[in-house]
Design a protein around this ligand. Structure first.
Ligand SMILES: [Cu+2]
Length: 256
């Protein structure tokens, strides 16, 4: 009786595998388009209460990027960058650092998100040289949208999912401005409040119109064709439709 049930289950899996394989084939064929779509949910650091949704489209060296933010200190500039070169992650949400009251400073998070690679300014230069060009960054929760030219190496890193968006500026004492005795480790003319990280999000390559190299992230190894079926609960459509978000959630969880 047990054997018989197992045989039926095996046949069901085999049937489910056929359309699955076809779907994966056609999805892979769509790979290689000219535009890579990137997406990040930037979540709070330093208990800032701020967050941001970031969408970006990379075509060659042209990066179009849009950021919609909430919870940032009003009427104050927020430096924002794409950082590259750490472990391509955000610090844990509750990460402590060397700042006043144990706050995480920019440098404390570098091993996670790396150095400034692109300054997400509103106008003019967008190189790391403009990292603290506070007069050219968005103010408060101002929506940001710009098309920038990035270097070949930045473009490559972004396509590999190695970009990390960081927004800066946290009003710890809640008095509506950047102040305090503690100075920024990046520029002693600025208070620490002006440069400490407020949000962080990894720019994941969207699964919607570009597949990661090697196929579906969720484990479509060719040496074990049954494994992805088990993962998807037998529903190929669910796996293909949800692979991107599952992949993101898993990666985010691994970051903590
Ligand atoms: Cu930054």
């Amino acid at each position: 009786m047990l054997l018989r049930k197992t045989a039926i289950a095996g046949a069901t899996l085999a049937l489910a595998a056929a359309p699955m394989a076809m779907s994966m084939g056609s999805a892979s064929a769509a790979e290689g388009g000219g535009t890579t779509t990137l997406w990040a949910k930037a979540t709070p650091l330093n208990d800032s209460g701020a967050s941001s949704t970031v969408t970006a489209w990379l075509t060659g060296n042209q990066l179009r990027i849009k950021m919609v933010s909430t919870g940032l200190l009003a009427n104050a500039p927020h430096a924002q960058h794409i950082h590259i070169g750490g472990s391509n992650q955000c610090p844990a949400p509750d990460a402590k650092g060397t700042g006043v009251d144990g706050h995480l400073r920019v440098a404390d998070g570098m091993k996670s998100y790396g150095m400034i690679a692109v300054s997400l300014t509103k106008t003019g230069d967008s190189s790391p040289n403009s990292g603290l060009a506070v007069d050219r960054f968005p103010t408060g929760n101002e929506t940001y949208e710009r098309t920038l030219t990035v270097s070949d190496s930045v473009a490559k890193s972004l396509r590999n999912g190695e970009g990390v968006v960081v927004q800066h500026g946290v009003d710890y004492n809640g008095n509506g401005k950047y102040d305090g005795d503690s100075k920024s480790e990046l520029d002693p003319k600025l208070p620490e409040e002006a440069t400490d990280p407020a949000t962080c999000g990894v720019l994941e390559v969207s699964q919607m119109n570009s597949m990661p190299e090697g196929g579906v992230q969720t484990g479509g190894g060719s040496d074990n064709p049954v494994a992805p079926i088990a993962f998807a609960g037998g529903a190929a459509a669910v796996l293909l439709g949800g692979a991107g978000f599952l992949g993101m959630r898993r990666k985010n969880r691994a970051n903590r």
